[in-house]
Design a protein around this ligand. Structure first.
Ligand code: 5AD
Ligand code: SF4
Length: 448
């Protein structure tokens, strides 16, 4: 698929270091495909690399600082191996301030590219090789979706599939609409074709990716919604599990909620970021729904599927968050009974409206509230897991456990991690596991 002159002639090795969300993980799978298509092979460590790529995340400042730390460390490596190409890409690169910092302080970086032009990587490498000058290529916006790039997927039985890119929501704290650009959906037939291809090579589980999957299709000017897409994917032979990430409460339709009853392959899991339980804060966050609306969605979902796993994202310490606002978050968490949550300390992102808001919350208070939130979340998660004791659940076997090679890791349709004893020939298969003990984040069981 690549141009023949992009191919490298000597044996060269690469590594990709990925930060951030599944969208980034999948972008790295695409980058890996591009590089291997050019003739690169995967390196075992940094020292033997000819090309090292950092795929970065800009959602929080801590993620950015980690990348700067890593780039600092690479200075020495580059000094010892001047032919090493260092490239950085991903959300951070869409921020002007970051480009300024890299060009002024990290002159040993060779290639910088953004989220919209991954497909141009071969050209950028060849350009750098000719000029030996830092090559920067950032596209502000890309309305075209490049369908020519495939992905070198990490697993052979579960796959990420992009259904849309970008975000139009502009939550006041979030950098993503600035780094990933405006919302655009892939054509349904391209998505279906990709998934049929995956099914034909043995893939069983598909995770549909988009910043806000509920608004899938809006940019296509056709009468076809996210629920329609789910129905069509449900009909694909070979696919046994469908997941999606992430949906937005303001756009969730009754049709989508009913999919949990109607579509046998749709997993028993809804990840629905709430961010805060306070209506005042939700408004300041520009989330477009109230606590009561969120609660009503959850009620409907539980009616349709009482066994569903409910997970969420919560931000602690948004500007102006009072003790009362925070208590509203705690009470919502108790009321919904989330199985688990991704919890974040609010991080100031320059260029977003929230960064300019008065009364930023003191770090000490943020940390205190964060701990308090975990203290509420964890026992609820444990209690939910305890309900599964003695049940036999369908588990997709994912891998051999990292810490004990005699054990396997797999996931229930609710997305819960299960450890059980078994041989690696079961990887990629769906097996029955009886749950014998539980912890806050994991289940243990035996094959039946
Ligand atoms: N600070 C903290 N958390 C954030 N998120 C997004 N932006 C910020 C920020 N500035 C969190 C939200 C979102 C998740 C992916 O990251 O909870 O749902
Ligand atoms: Fe960010 Fe909000 Fe878009 Fe999610 S929906 S990516 S939090 S702006």
């Amino acid at each position: 698929m690549r141009k023949e002159n992009d191919r490298i002639t000597e044996q060269k090795k690469y590594l990709i270091v990925t930060y951030g969300c599944q969208m980034n993980e999948h972008d790295s799978e695409k980058i890996s495909w591009i590089l291997e298509d050019m003739g690169y092979i995967l390196a075992d460590n940094r020292e033997e690399c000819d090309l090292i790529i950092y795929n970065t995340c800009a959602v929080r400042k801590t993620a950015e600082n980690r990348v700067y730390g890593q780039l600092g460390e690479l200075k020495e490596l580059k000094r010892n191996k001047p032919d090493l190409i260092i490239a950085v890409c991903g959300c951070m690169m869409q921020r002007e301030e970051v480009i300024d910092t890299i060009t002024s302080k990290y002159g040993h970086v060779d290639i910088i590219f953004g989220t919209n032009n991954i497909h141009k990587l071969p050209q950028l490498i060849s350009n750098y090789n000719k000029t030996k000058q830092m090559t920067i290529d950032i596209l502000e916006e890309n309305r075209e979706i490049d369908e020519s790039v495939d992905a070198n997927r990490k697993y052979s039985y579960k796959a990420f599939v992009n259904i849309m890119y970008g975000c139009n929501n502009f939550c006041s704290y979030c950098i993503v609409p600035y780094t990933r650009g405006r919302e655009r959906s892939r054509e349904p037939q391209n998505i279906i074709e990709e998934i049929k291809g995956l099914a034909s090579t043995g893939y069983k589980e598909i995770t549909l990716l988009g910043q806000n999957v509920n608004s899938y299709g809006k940019t296509l000017n056709i009468d076809y919604s996210f629920s329609d897409l789910l129905k069509d994917i449900n009909d694909i032979d070979g696919i046994e599990r469908i997941r999606f990430m992430t949906s937005h409460p303001k756009d969730i339709s009754d049709e989508l909620i009913n999919s949990y009853a109607e579509l046998d392959k749709l997993c028993d899991h809804l990840h629905l970021p709430v961010q805060s339980g306070s209506n005042r804060i939700l408004k300041l966050m520009n989330r477009g729904y109230t606590r009561e609306e969120y609660e009503s969605i959850i009620k409907k979902v539980k009616l349709v599927n009482p066994n569903i796993t409910l997970t969420t994202d919560i931000i602690v310490g948004f500007p102006g968050e009072t003790e009362e606002d925070f208590n509203d978050t705690l009470s919502l968490v108790k009321e919904v009974g989330f199985d688990s949550a991704f919890t974040f300390l609010y991080s100031v992102r320059e260029g977003t409206p929230a960064a300019k808001m008065k009364s930023q919350i003191d770090d000490r208070i943020k940390h205190q509230r964060f701990q308090q939130l975990l203290d509420v979340l964890h026992p609820i998660g444990l209690k939910k897991n305890e309900k599964l004791l003695g049940n036999t659940l369908k588990v997709l076997v994912e891998d051999v456990s990292k810490n004990d090679k005699t054990m396997l890791d797999g996931r229930t349709t609710g997305g819960k991690l299960v450890h059980f004893s078994g041989g690696k020939e079961l990887i990629g298969k769906i097996v029955d596991v009886k749950i014998t003990s539980v912890k806050t984040f994991t289940l243990k069981g035996v094959l039946v």
